[in-house]
Design a protein around this ligand. Structure first.
Ligand SMILES: [Zn+2]
Ligand SMILES: [Zn+2]
Length: 397
């Protein structure tokens, strides 16, 4: 068996199916649906795979707009998942290009299906439709509900600008809501009867400003006073401060979060107020995998796609990060605008996601993911090495 020839035949297969994939991509782009409401997208993506002979479970992990498609060629091999995202942004539509994520995933799935048949490889292809990446973290819910329990390796493409890359680390984050409670009084005639909750908020913001000099430069935070009182005639009895902290290291995030809690408690105590701290974990930072990245880069090179050196970090966040702490991931970012770096979540990015460059992104992405996953089915020891790498890395998290 000449596996290189088989992979080339799968490239041709992707090319032959591109019009269908593009049609689905255009449909998604023209019918943007928000997080947890991606009914039409789920219907058309799962229907496509069902027609191709995948077994489909709709509503996976307790989410109505999630699905889980599987195709096993021969029992006993690795379980490799290609993840799809298909939610859009309020007012902006598909300005993050999730139509391209979904359709490159479909293309990769059917090319990989042909590959396992042609090469008679042992393994199961999972295609998992994961809703609500932009808001709500669908993958986190699905992870908690066991959808990823048997998966050995995960693939996800995201469109990007500048040069194609394999994504490195990204930030973990926490959202804080801090409320200070004091006592109102007439600000002019009976100020001495009041307890000033704005003093507590001011002290907190000041403390965080000073604390900022003593944190690692992989970590950042920002604060704002969301409620500073009602009128100048009253001593403010209630104030609210919002704070977002983020870091490339979960350990360093936990350290800065402790500073935030202490600053809030100390500011309350210093002013005679009480405080209530609510915090909500954001997405966990991505843990990239060198073994999978190297295989994928090798395949991208064969496809003549220029790729950035290393695995560059970014300051974004995505719910794939949470998955990456359990299963090795290959998160490739394929360019839809080579000239220079531009921002996602913009009108320009949305238009690129339906352009010729978007078409190319689906084609290259489908081929690269199918080729890389095919290598993993052929050489299951690579998956084991990737899992060992993740295990080692988690010791330092
Ligand atoms: Zn986005
Ligand atoms: Zn996105």
């Amino acid at each position: 068996m000449d596996f290189e020839k088989i992979k080339e035949a799968c490239d041709r297969y992707v090319e032959a199916r591109m019009e269908e994939l593009w049609e689905i991509s255009a449909f998604l782009h023209g019918h943007p649906e928000l997080a947890f409401h991606e009914y039409e997208a789920m219907r058309c993506l799962s229907a496509f795979l069902e027609k191709e002979g995948f077994a489909i479970e709709r509503g996976s992990g307790g989410l109505e707009t999630a699905f889980h498609a599987t195709y096993t060629h021969r029992l006993g091999g690795k379980q490799i998942a290609i993840l799809l995202e298909y939610d859009a942004l309020p007012k902006l539509g598909h300005a993050c290009g999730h139509n391209l994520i979904a359709c490159s995933g479909l293309g990769a799935a059917i090319a990989l299906q042909k590959m396992v048949q042609d090469a008679d490889l042992c393994g199961t292809i999972h295609v998992i439709g994961t809703p609500a990446e932009e808001d709500g973290g669908g993958k986190i819910i699905m992870l908690e509900n066991g959808v990823f329990a048997d998966i050995d390796a995960v693939f996800l493409l995201h469109p990007t600008s500048a040069t194609t890359r394999i994504a490195g680390e990204c930030v973990s984050s926490t959202e804080f809501q801090i409320e200070f409670f004091g006592k109102s009084a007439h600000a002019q005639s009976h100020a001495e009867d009041g307890i000033n909750a704005l003093d507590a908020a001011t002290l907190f913001v000041t403390a965080m400003g000073l604390n900022g000099k003593q944190i690692k430069n992989n970590t950042n935070y920002s604060c704002m006073i969301a409620n500073g009182g009602i009128s100048t005639g009253q001593i403010p009895a209630y104030t609210k401060v919002l704070c977002n902290s983020n870091s490339l290291s979960l350990k360093d995030l936990h350290k800065v979060n402790e500073k935030i809690r202490n600053a809030a408690k100390g500011s309350a105590m210093a002013t005679g107020c009480t405080c209530e701290i609510k915090e909500q974990d954001g997405y966990a930072g991505r843990i990239p995998n060198q073994i999978l990245a190297d295989v994928c880069k090798g395949e991208l090179a064969k496809l003549k796609e220029p790729v950035m050196d290393g695995m560059p970090y970014d300051l974004g966040g995505e719910d794939l990060g949470n998955v990456s702490r359990h299963i090795p991931i290959c998160n490739l970012y394929v360019t839809i605008f080579r000239d220079h770096k531009i921002s996602g979540h913009t009108d320009q990015f949305r238009e690129l996601a339906i352009s010729e460059a978007g078409y190319r992104c689906i084609e290259v992405g489908s081929k690269a993911m199918a080729r890389t996953a095919g290598e993993l089915f052929l050489h299951p020891e690579l998956v084991e090495q990737a899992q060992a790498e993740l295990k080692e890395r988690l010791k330092n998290e």
